[in-house]
Design a protein around this ligand. Structure first.
Ligand code: SAH
Ligand code: SF4
Ligand code: F3S
Length: 445
């Protein structure tokens, strides 16, 4: 076993775990490749939050049939992440040529499971009910040297009625504050410019350890390590405190960007979703945020077609989305997940109705995003360059503090590599719905 390839689906938690899988396999003496036919080990880090995520995994694993006609031939195939956790042994019935199934609580066991599969020539399945350690304690191979994911909590206790996450990630557990700060300090001395703090609900950080949430303190302490940019996800509106809003507003390293999922603008539907807030509460938070941070970029998640959603409920969602002046929204059609309460709730919204609502919502979000982007034309933004644009290698691509993609023409004679991982001032010249264009003003000291 010399080379490995990792395919990652789903949320940032999986991206983080994939970096740890890469670190573990590298520590076991392997190196990475991006060509499936050269890989000795292929690891899938999977997501089952919606049905289409499930389908994609089965399609991808099945498409390896040519590389791996049977067990014992071709690369070892390991399936981990949330589908591994949910399905365990059952995955072998669906795709018989899988060699290892592991879950969200035993990432650190992957090298041993692969070794056993190789030595014994038989499938290895190990799913644990809960974790004893945090994956953050494992070695990491980070995708970008300047960026790091730092989980502050794992799991979720909220049990929104549509959501599978608490079932596959377990109960919410916070990492001790000193441990988070020590990790952040280490990353800064390693050259990391941007840290993204992760948790399914970062705002409840510390409740299990200290009795009261201490997320505002996490922001404050991580900023004191000298890191240039702090981002975090996800914030649950029921737990976003005034104290956190104040620390965001007063701490320059905390980026003026917030992902605050609203899910719906109807109080009836929010109650059926078990979200524990009202549309008015959501809008009062938005109001307080813009008052303290007029330049804030706001994004959200919205589900349309939740069981029982009427035209009137949906109109409420449009109203709240409009009033929130969103910069971006991740919009989803309700997808029933077996084992969650909403999967059996009635009446189901017909697909054609859900699709019509979805299209109207997307149209509203696009208008809102373009309007917010236009506000930035003429301003100067410190942009953290990430590389070249996917479509054009002569165009640099980076992110503003508000997390917007910016494209800048690569200066004649320069190399894109010189910009990647650097923060440079850019004058914003034009706005599109999903990106900005600008010109370089120079290099920040
Ligand atoms: N912990 C985060 C992210 C959860 S999953 C949070 O609370 O926001 C990301 C998004 O997927 C959710 O915010 C929700 O909008 C969407 N989602 C989750 N389950 C879904 C389902 N069954 N059908 C459709 N969308 C779903
Ligand atoms: Fe799922 Fe709700 Fe937890 Fe988010 S807060 S992970 S939507 S149960
Ligand atoms: Fe998906 Fe698991 Fe994240 S279900 S959204 S990868 S926690």
């Amino acid at each position: 076993m010399n080379t490995f390839l990792i395919r990652t689906f789903g949320c940032q938690m999986n991206k983080h775990d994939s970096e740890r899988v890469a670190g573990l396999l590298r520590a076991a003496g392997m190196s990475s490749t991006d060509r499936p036919h050269e890989a000795d080990v292929i690891v899938f880090m999977t997501c089952c939050v919606r049905e289409n995520a499930d389908d994609r995994l089965i399609g991808q694993v099945a498409s390896l049939k040519a590389l791996k006609p049977r067990r014992g031939a071709g690369p070892l195939i390991a399936v981990g992440g949330c589908i591994g956790q949910r399905d365990g042994e059952r995955l072998l019935d669906q795709v018989p040529h899988i060699d290892v199934v592991f879950g969200t609580h035993n990432v650190s066991h992957l090298p041993a499971l692969l070794e056993a599969a190789r030595a014994q020539g038989s499938a290895q399945v190990e799913i644990l009910a809960e974790s004893t350690d945090f994956t953050s304690d494992l070695p990491a191979e980070r995708e970008h040297s300047w960026h790091a994911w730092v989980p502050i909590t794992v799991g979720c206790d909220n049990f929104c009625t549509y959501c599978i996450v608490p079932h596959v990630r377990g109960r919410e557990r916070s990492r001790p504050l000193e441990e988070i700060v020590a990790e952040a300090a280490g990353l800064v001395s390693d050259g990391v410019l941007e840290i993204t703090l992760l948790g399914q609900n970062v705002n409840s950080y510390g409740r299990d350890l200290y009795g009261t949430p201490r997320f505002a303190e996490v922001l404050h302490e991580v900023a004191s390590t000298g890191v240039q940019r702090i981002r975090f996800a996800t914030s649950h509106p029921k737990d976003l405190s005034n104290e956190t809003i104040s620390v965001m507003a007063e701490t320059p390293a905390v980026m003026p960007y917030l992902h605050l999922p609203m899910q719906s603008g109807s109080d009836r539907i929010l109650a059926a979703m078990n979200r524990h807030y009202t549309a008015d509460h959501y809008l009062s938070l938005v109001h307080a945020l813009y008052e303290r941070m007029p330049g804030l970029a706001l994004s959200t998640d919205i589900i349309v077609g939740f069981p029982g959603e009427t035209d009137d409920d949906f109109e409420q969602t449009l109203r709240v989305a409009e009033a929130a002046r969103l910069d971006q929204a991740f919009t989803f059609i309700f997808s029933p997940r077996a084992g969650t309460p909403a999967a059996t709730m009635e009446p189901r919204v017909p697909t054609s109705v859900a699709k019509r609502r979805f299209d109207r919502l997307v149209e509203l979000v696009q208008r809102s995003a373009l309007a917010k982007n236009r506000d930035l034309v003429g301003t100067v933004q410190p942009v953290l360059f990430t590389g070249v644009s996917k479509r054009d290698a002569a165009v640099l691509s980076g992110r503003t503090p508000g997390n917007k993609v910016v494209h800048v023409v690569l200066p004649q004679g320069s190399d894109a590599k010189d910009y990647a991982g650097r923060i440079v001032d850019v004058k914003i010249d034009a706005a599109q719905t999903w990106f900005l264009s600008g010109s370089l003003l120079g290099t920040n000291p």
